[in-house]
Design a protein around this ligand. Structure first.
Ligand SMILES: [Zn+2]
Length: 193
């Protein structure tokens, strides 16, 4: 299988043209923001049963960030390097309540709290528990995404520029994560333990 050229997530929801094209077309909700030609390519790979092997060869190892404490340190280190003035992270945790559907891979929450007469934002980052058993690159992509939301709430151009500033390979990684989710969605076994 050839490497997948760096795709960009447009965030746009494509009309469900597959349904009209035939009942056998595999729906790819995690990849709906990508070009239809790329979605068709992914469909071929999934149906050929090669996706798992390709992913495991590209990412042979799972990361070792297995506790919330370790996750906090992991995220805090990225923040210290790229978003030094972003204030303190109140909480960083794996969250089993996040059901990975479409765009919700993680969650960033901001709550304004009055502190000594001024408003401070209280930032929390939650990462879907399934990313506890994943390659480092996947975890990094999720954490970079959620950290970028501290500065920018929308998924606009500036947001993705900040993501690629923190992780130059961001677009490829987001695609690979969504490719893995599509693989699981199509009935594949988890690839990392
Ligand atoms: Zn987001």
């Amino acid at each position: 299988m050839k490497p997948i050229p760096t795709p960009k997530y447009s965030g746009a929801i494509m009309p469900r043209r597959e349904a009209a094209a035939g009942a056998s077309a595999l729906a790819l909700p995690y990849l709906s923001g990508y070009a239809p030609a790329l979605q068709n390519q992914v469909r071929d790979w999934l149906q050929a049963g090669k996706a798992g092997e390709w992913l495991r060869r590209k990412y042979p190892q799972a990361h070792a960030v297995r506790t919330d404490k370790a996750l906090y340190a992991y995220v805090d280190e990225i923040k210290a390097e790229y978003l030094r003035n972003a204030g303190q992270l109140h909480k960083v945790a794996y969250d089993s309540k996040i059901h990975v559907v479409r765009n919700a891979l993680g969650l960033h929450t901001r709550r304004a709290i009055a502190h000594g007469g001024k408003l401070n934002a209280r930032h929390e980052i939650h990462v879907a528990t399934m990313f506890k058993q994943a390659p480092d690159a996947f975890l990094r992509m999720i954490c970079v995404h959620e950290l970028a939301h501290i500065r920018i709430m929308d998924h606009d151009k500036a947001f993705y520029q900040l993501c690629t500033h923190m992780e130059p390979d961001y677009h490829q990684l987001e695609f690979d994560v969504r490719f893995y989710l599509s693989y699981l969605d199509a009935g594949g076994e988890p690839l990392w333990t």
